[in-house]
Design a protein around this ligand. Structure first.
Ligand SMILES: [Zn+2]
Ligand SMILES: [Zn+2]
Length: 656
């Protein structure tokens, strides 16, 4: 690895709010950068808003503002959200910048001068009422491959096929719904990607550059043959104009990755540095973190653009998996599409999420699942009860017994463990980092259980304080190894003791500590409930639905509100309760319900419940006659849960 690193995460598209799915990448990249800096590399972390293209234009139009205002608003909100989650960019810039336009032009001119740009007429769909061509997301219609209705112009969400907008069946304009579309020809610009095939084969085959499973899918694309890449869009378009053209623009995917380079340039200008130190130096590695959905752009188009224009190509592209929530894809309709801001507004601690993501993310591109219960259990059981407890218990006892560390045995023998943890950080295997630290911390906690300094304080105070000083030193190692993951937690340990520094194995001895405070708040059920209360359950697995009834069929059922006046057990019938129910008929009815194992009789008193009033009487023998049926639901904590109505509903009211 080079001594200087330039790390990026995918530019955030300025089309909507930052959500917990985006944060998987942000947290993973931020942890990597913090770890590299801690280990003594110069590591610069660059990101920007990705601002151009049709979705931004559509969103701005819907909001009734100019695209420039829209992207500024999103950039402001995203900056605040990133900050709250401790995503520590050196620069979070924008692709709508003069630096980016300049770099885009230069790269385009190099591609053109190298003979890699071809121009040819293509047939496009055109909306005469909007007076514009309809690329990508501006057109909808039926998938030409699988026949699914209402698909965008570039790809089918059902079968995953990609196609041209002109292939769509029954196409309509996505802006005004116009179906009377025309086919018009327009001159488009293409990059001949196949010119770069030999280079791309070599670049993708270099060890350490790509994860094996990612390399496999790229090999498949390479063997299928590289198609020319359409890099132009007709006006009106929100983006950069193609030099020499009046009404043609660069496709957003051409200028977006250039944002990595141009934002580095901006950072360099602001810090008296030169962009060449990062993008033309032999001693700098450019490392991109991305999601699975944009591998093609980052491993084929982007390296080709850099190669053609004489910049360094990326040393490594790290791909992470996608986030599911409670076992399923994030979904707006199921309430599991969680924005960063919603998480913060619910009062949840960002470090809980950072810890949870780190504990689940490994070196490969597997998806990870956010289970709120698991988040609670891991934060409380591991970060708090294991590492946090080690630090807090030792520091609190020392605080109450003079507040000074005493002597400590050497901690030098854990240098190898730190080396190992450093390697795991380089591989982005934070799941293994967390496991290592937890094992180490557990061992120290067990050791304290044996030496029991809290008891020894009364008999052998010096030895007890030495045990505790040792525990503080071990806890400091844990905090330092976890500091890239939970920086505020580690900062708490520093504030209570002394600064943490990687590679420093001189034990901390003979100094005064500061008053211990909790390093992280416990996750309460109420915290989890604040987010979980919005989740809509998937369909209950209660077997197939019964056949449909007509509204007339349903009307035959006389449903009434009934107030339970008394409830009692029936001798020798341990499943039945005898209820006396006021149905507003002058005299109460007796109804027998088979819920004695779900409710004690007194629990039902006074409840207003839903009753089927027009069932025939049923004889239970010994003079016990039931007239009607009280409704109960399954699926709750008890086998039967009464279908209750609010207490102010008068007995006898019709339920319809
Ligand atoms: Zn399809
Ligand atoms: Zn239209």
């Amino acid at each position: 690895m080079a001594s200087r690193l330039l790390v990026t995460h995918a530019l955030k598209y300025a089309n909507g709010s930052l959500h917990l799915g985006h944060l998987v990448e942000s947290v993973q990249t931020d942890i990597f950068v913090r770890a590299m800096n801690a280990m003594g590399k110069e590591c610069i972390f660059i990101c920007a808003s990705d601002t151009h293209g049709t979705p931004v234009e559509i969103s701005a139009r819907k909001a009734g503002v100019r695209p420039e205002e829209w992207i500024e608003k999103i950039h402001r909100e995203d900056s605040e959200d990133y900050k709250a989650f401790e995503i520590d960019f050196d620069l979070f810039y924008t692709t709508h910048s003069p630096e980016n336009e300049q770099h885009v032009r230069r790269i385009y001119q190099k591609l053109d001068a190298g003979g890699h740009i071809v121009r040819r007429n293509v047939e496009q769909m055109y909306c005469p009422t909007d007076k514009r061509f309809l690329p990508d997301r501006y057109i909808r219609g039926t998938c030409p491959v699988c026949g699914t209705a209402d698909q965008y112009g570039d790809a089918c969400e059902n079968c995953g096929s990609t196609y041209e907008p002109t292939d769509l069946k029954n196409p309509r304009c996505a802006i005004d719904g116009n179906t009377a579309l025309e086919r018009r020809t327009s001159l488009h610009y293409f990059v001949q990607l196949k010119d770069f095939e030999p280079f791309l084969r070599e670049w993708t085959s270099t060890p350490g550059r790509l994860q094996p499973e990612i390399k496999n899918s790229i090999d498949k694309w390479l063997s299928e043959g590289l198609r020319d890449w359409d890099i132009s869009r007709d006006a009106p378009y929100f983006g950069f104009k193609i030099p020499g053209e009046e009404s043609k623009y660069f496709y957003v995917w051409l200028d977006a990755p250039v944002g990595y380079l141009s934002s580095t340039d901006k950072w360099c200008q602001d810090h008296g540095r030169h962009v060449e130190e990062f993008w033309k130096s032999d001693d700098c590695d450019v490392i991109h973190f991305i999601g699975k959905d944009i591998v093609y752009f980052h491993t084929l188009f982007w390296p080709a653009m850099l190669k053609a224009s004489g910049w360094n190509v990326p040393s490594r592209v790290h791909v992470h998996g996608m986030l599911t929530v409670e076992g399923a894809k994030m979904s707006k309709s199921r309430g599991t599409f969680l924005n960063a801001r919603e998480y913060l507004d619910a009062g949840l601690d960002p470090e809980w999420l950072r810890y949870f993501y780190a504990a689940n993310l490994g070196p490969n591109a597997s998806d990870i699942d956010l289970s709120l219960n698991e988040l609670k259990n891991r934060v409380n059981g591991e970060l708090l009860a294991n590492v946090g407890n080690l630090a807090n218990r030792a520091l609190s006892l020392i605080w109450k017994n003079g507040g000074r560390l005493t002597k400590c045995q050497t901690v030098e023998r854990w240098r190898d463990l730190e080396q190992e943890i450093g390697e795991l950080y380089i591989r982005c295997d934070t799941r293994a980092v967390v496991q290592k630290v937890l094992e180490f911390s557990s061992g120290a906690n067990q050791h304290l259980q044996i030496t029991r300094p809290w008891e020894k304080l009364k008999t052998d105070r010096n030895s007890a304080l030495e045990d505790l000083t040792w525990a503080v030193n071990v806890a400091r190692l844990c905090a330092r190894w976890l500091s890239p993951i939970v920086p505020r937690f580690a900062q708490g340990v520093e504030e209570q003791t002394a600064p943490l520094e990687w590679g420093d194995f001189k034990p901390l001895e003979d100094i005064a500590i500061r008053e211990p405070k909790p390093l992280v708040r416990k996750v309460e059920d109420a915290d989890i409930q604040k987010l979980a209360s919005r989740f809509v359950s998937p369909p209950a697995a209660e077997g197939p639905a019964t056949p449909e009834v007509t509204i007339d069929d349903f009307g035959k059922v006389d449903l009434r509100a009934g107030k339970i006046l008394s409830a009692e057990r029936i001798p020798k019938k341990d499943k039945l309760l005898k209820l006396s129910i006021d149905l507003g008929e002058g005299a109460p009815r007796t109804i027998v319900s088979g819920v004695a194992q779900s409710y004690a009789p007194e629990e039902l008193l006074g409840k207003v419940v839903a009753v089927v009033a027009n069932l025939p009487k049923k004889n239970f023998g010994k003079g016990l006659e039931s007239h009607g049926m009280v409704l109960f639901s399954g699926g709750g904590a008890r086998e039967h849960t009464a279908v209750e109505l609010p207490a102010d509903v008068a007995p006898g009211s019709k339920v319809k």
